[in-house]
Design a binder for this molecule. Structure first.
Ligand code: NAD
Length: 330
C-alpha cells in the first residue's frame, strides 16, 4: 500500500523503513499534515501521522477527497484527530496504544531528579570551572509524597519506580485500580486531596474536555508551597500562564515539562536561527527552576522500534480488510 508519511523525523526513518519491509511503499514527507500540505498525499491510500499533525475535520475532508482510506497514527495520543469525522468519512484510523510506557515513565523520573538535584545548573557550572556547591542543595526523594494524576500504563510505572525510591504515593484517576494500588501502597484520593498533600505532582492523563487545564490557578493555590510539577502527558493539561504566575510567586518551586500546549510548529524542529515568537515559552525558559524537553519522553530505541512495527501491523490489517485491535472508534 502507498502511504504518505507526514512529519517524518530523521530519528524514526530507519525504524519505519525496516518495519515496512517492502510491504508498504512509504512516501517520506518532512512537513506536518495540515490543510496546506494535505495535497502531498495524492496518489496514496493511507496517511501516517505523528503527534502534532493536524487531523481536524477540514483536513480529513481534504485527504478523504484525495482517496485516503486509512490513517495510521505513530502515537498513543489521538486528541489531534477528529475520530468522529473520520468515521463519518469511512476512514479507518488506528494508533499505537502502547510502545514503551517505560520510556515515558523513566523520562518523567529523570526530569524529577534533574530538577531536584539541579543537574543542568551543576553541569553548566562545571564547564565554567565553577566547582562551588552553593545553591545546589536538593532533597531526599525517600519519604516524600508524590501525587500521580492518571494511573494508566505510564502513571502506574512512575508510581512503581517511586515506590522503589521509598516515596509515599498518592493517586487520582476516574478509574481506580485498587488491586494494583494495594500492591504498591498507592493511596487513591480526590484530585484536590492529592494536589494539596504532594511534594511532587506528575500528570499522566490523556487530554480530554475534562482534563484540559486540570492544573489551573485555583488548583495551584491549593498545592504545597514550592511544589514540583511535572507534565509529560499533553501540554493543555496545564494552564501555562497560571503556572508562570505560580513560578513567579514561588508557589511552584520546580517545573518539568516534556509537552507544551503551543508546541505544534515549535517542538521537534530546529528553530535555532529563528526569532522566537512565543512569549509564553520564552518566559518559562527564563526560570532557573524550569526544565523543558521537546516531547522526547518516548524517544528510546525500544519505543521507536515498537511504534514502527505496530504502525505497519495496523496498515497490514487495514489493507487486508481485517479487524484491527488498535482501531479508534468514535
Ligand atoms: P492510559 O490510557 O494508559 O492512561 C491514562 C489514565 O488516565 C487512565 O487510567 C484513565 O482512566 C485516566 N484518566 C482519564 N481521564 C481522566 C480524568 N479526567 N482524570 C483523571 N484520570 C483520568 O495512557 P498512557 O499511555 O498512560 O498515557 C498517559 C499520557 O501520556 C497521555 O496523555 C499520552 O498522550 C501521554 N504520552 C506522552 C508521551 C511523550 O512522549 N511525552 C508518550 C506517550 C504518551
Amino acid at each position: 500500500m502507498k502511504v504518505a508519511v507526514f512529519s517524518l523525523h530523521k530519528f524514526e526513518k530507519d525504524y519505519l523503513l525496516s518495519a515496512a519491509k517492502g510491504k508498504h511503499e512509504l512516501i517520506l514527507l518532512e512537513p506536518q499534515l495540515s490543510l496546506t500540505t494535505a495535497g502531498l498525499a495524492e496518489g496514496c491510500k493511507a496517511v501516517c501521522i505523528f503527534v502534532n499533525d493536524d487531523g481536524s475535520k477540514d483536513v480529513l475532508k481534504k485527504i478523504s477527497a484525495l482517496g485516503i482510506k486509512y490513517m495510521a497514527l505513530r502515537s498513543a495520543g489521538f486528541n489531534h484527530v477528529d475520530i468522529k469525522k473520520a468515521y463519518e468519512l469511512g476512514m479507518r484510523v488506528a494508533r499505537v496504544p502502547e510502545y514503551s510506557p517505560y520510556a515515558v515513565a523513566e523520562h518523567t523520573v529523570a526530569l524529577m531528579l534533574a530538577l531536584n538535584r539541579k543537574l543542568v545548573v551543576a553541569h553548566n557550572r562545571i564547564r565554567d570551572l565553577n566547582f562551588s556547591l552553593n545553591g545546589l542543595t536538593g532533597f531526599d526523594m525517600h519519604n516524600k509524597t508524590i501525587g500521580i494524576i492518571g494511573t494508566g500504563k505510564i502513571g502506574k510505572i512512575v508510581a512503581e519506580i517511586l515506590h522503589g525510591f521509598g516515596c509515599r504515593v498518592l493517586a487520582y484517576d476516574i478509574m481506580q485500580d485498587d488491586i494494583w494500588a494495594n500492591k504498591y501502597g498507592v493511596v487513591y484520593g480526590s484530585i484536590d486531596n492529592v494536589c494539596s498533600q504532594s511534594d511532587i505532582i506528575t500528570l499522566h492523563a490523556p487530554l480530554t474536555e475534562q482534563t484540559k487545564y486540570i492544573i489551573n490557578r485555583d488548583r495551584i493555590a491549593k498545592m504545597k508551597k514550592a511544589v514540583m510539577l511535572i507534565n509529560t502527558s499533553r501540554g493543555a493539561l496545564v494552564n501555562t500562564k497560571d503556572v508562570i504566575i505560580g513560578l513567579k510567586s514561588g508557589q511552584i518551586g520546580y517545573l518539568g515539562l516534556d509537552v507544551y500546549e503551543e508546541e505544534r510548529g515549535l517542538f521537534f524542529e530546529d528553530h535555532s536561527s529563528d526569532i522566537l515568537q512565543d512569549d509564553v515559552i520564552a518566559r518559562l525558559m527564563t526560570f532557573p527552576n524550569v526544565l523543558i524537553t521537546s516531547h522526547q519522553a518516548f524517544l528510546t530505541d525500544t519505543a521507536l522500534h515498537n511504534i514502527a512495527v505496530t504502525t505497519m501491523e495496523n496498515l497490514d490489517c487495514f489493507e487486508k480488510g481485517e479487524e484491527c485491535k488498535n482501531e479508534l472508534m468514535p
